[in-house]
Design a binder for this molecule. Structure first.
Ligand code: AMP
Length: 302
C-alpha cells in the first residue's frame, strides 16, 4: 500500500558530543521517507530551494522514494541547526530558518490521490491540515507528528490537526507541553480525548509507549553504546511504524505493536551515524536481525 508523507526536507547543522556535521541533508520528511522505503512505496510532498541539488534528490530516489511531489522553489531550503548535550535526550535548537517553507502551498500530484496511508510529518500544522484535506476520505490511516516549535507558536492549528488524526507520534516533552499534564499516562489520555485513536510517546533512549483505548504497550530503546547523532530518530521511528502498517495493510492491536518495534529498529539505526548516512547504508537483513534482537530483549515468562 502506498504511503504518502508530507514533511520538511532540510539542510541541518548538527553538533553532538561526538562531533559536528555543518551542512547535511535532513528534515522530517527525508528521515521518514528513507526509513519507510524499506517497507513500502513512499510518496513525498515537500518543498526545497535552489540550493537543493540533483545529488541531494538522488539520496531519496536511490531508495525508490517517489519525489514527484517535491516542489522546487526559488530561495533557500529549510535550514535547522541544533546541538545536543551529553544526554542525547537534551537538544537545543540554535536556528530554524523556514525559508521556502514560509510560502509553501502543498499540492498533491494527481498520481498521489489514491494514497490510503498518510503521514503528516513535522511541518507547520496548517500545511499538515491542508494535505489532509486534499486526500479527504481516501486516507484510511492518518498519522502525524509535531514539535514544541509549533505547539507553542500555533496552538490552535495544532489542536485542529490533532482532531483529524488516527495516530499521533510525539516526544514526551511535547506531550507534556501539548496537554499541561506532567504524568505521561495522563498526558496520553488527554491526547486521546482530542481525537487520535492511538498515541505513541517517544522517550528517546528510554524507549516508547503506545496508548490506545484497548491497549498500552511499551518497548525499550535498543541498547546503543555510541549515539553519534540522534537527529531524525523520531522521524525514522515514525517511518518504520507507518511503513510497516502500510505494508501489512492492517492496523489492529497486534500490528500496531509490531510496528512500534520496527519503528524502534529504524530509530536506533539512525543514531549510529550523522544525518541520514546510516539509513543510506542499511539493508533489509540488518533490519530483520535487529527486530529479532528486540524480540529477545523483551521476551519473558508469564
Ligand atoms: P527529530 O530529531 O526526529 O525531531 O527530527 C529532526 C529533523 O527535523 C531535522 O532534520 C530538522 O531539519 C527537522 N526540523 C527541525 N525543526 C523543524 C520544524 N520546526 N519544522 C519542520 N522540521 C523541523
Amino acid at each position: 500500500m502506498a504511503l504518502l508523507v508530507v514533511g520538511s526536507v532540510a539542510f541541518d547543522d548538527i553538533t553532538t558530543p561526538q562531533g559536528r556535521a555543518p551542512r547535511v541533508l535532513g528534515g522530517s520528511g527525508t528521515y521518514f521517507a528513507l526509513a519507510a522505503s524499506f517497507f513500502t512505496p513512499v510518496r513525498l510532498v515537500a518543498v526545497v530551494g535552489d540550493d537543493f541539488t540533483a545529488e541531494d534528490e538522488a539520496v531519496l530516489t536511490d531508495r525508490g522514494v517517489d519525489t514527484r511531489g517535491l516542489e522546487h522553489a526559488f530561495g533557500k531550503s529549510f535550514f535547522w541547526a541544533g546541538e545536543y548535550e551529553a544526554d542525547p535526550n537534551l537538544r537545543h535548537t540554535l536556528k530554524t530558518e523556514l525559508n521556502v517553507f514560509e510560502n509553501f502551498d502543498p499540492k498533491l500530484p494527481a498520481e498521489y490521490h489514491d494514497s490510503e496511508v498518510l503521514f503528516l510529518g513535522n511541518i507547520a500544522p496548517e500545511l499538515q491540515s491542508q494535505v489532509r484535506d486534499q486526500l479527504g476520505a481516501r486516507a484510511k490511516l492518518v498519522g502525524g507528528d509535531t514539535m514544541n516549535y509549533w505547539i507553542t507558536g500555533r496552538p490552535d492549528a495544532v489542536r485542529h490537526f490533532l482532531s483529524r488524526l488516527h495516530v499521533l507520534s510525539i516526544n514526551d516533552s511535547e506531550a507534556h507541553l501539548l496537554t499541561g499534564e506532567s504524568n505521561l499516562y495522563r498526558a496520553a489520555r488527554a491526547i486521546l480525548a482530542q481525537g487520535p485513536a492511538a498515541v505513541i510517546i517517544k522517550r528517546g533512549e528510554h524507549g516508547v509507549t503506545l496508548y490506545s483505548a484497548s491497549q498500552t504497550f511499551g518497548v525499550p530503546a535498543y541498547p546503543l553504546e555510541d549515539v553519534i547523532d540522534p537527529t531524525g530518530a523520531g522521524d525514522a521511528f515514525a517511518g518504520g511504524v507507518f511503513g510497516y502498517l502500510a505494508q501489512q495493510n492492517r492496523w489492529d492491536d497486534a500490528a500496531l505493536r509490531r510496528a512500534v518495534v520496527y519503528g524502534s529498529v529504524m530509530g536506533s539505526f539512525t543514531c549510529e551515524r550523522f544525518g541520514v548516512e546510516r539509513l543510506r547504508s542499511l539493508n533489509e537483513g540488518e533490519i530483520a536481525a535487529r527486530y529479532r534482537e528486540f524480540v529477545a530483549l523483551t521476551r519473558f515468562d508469564e
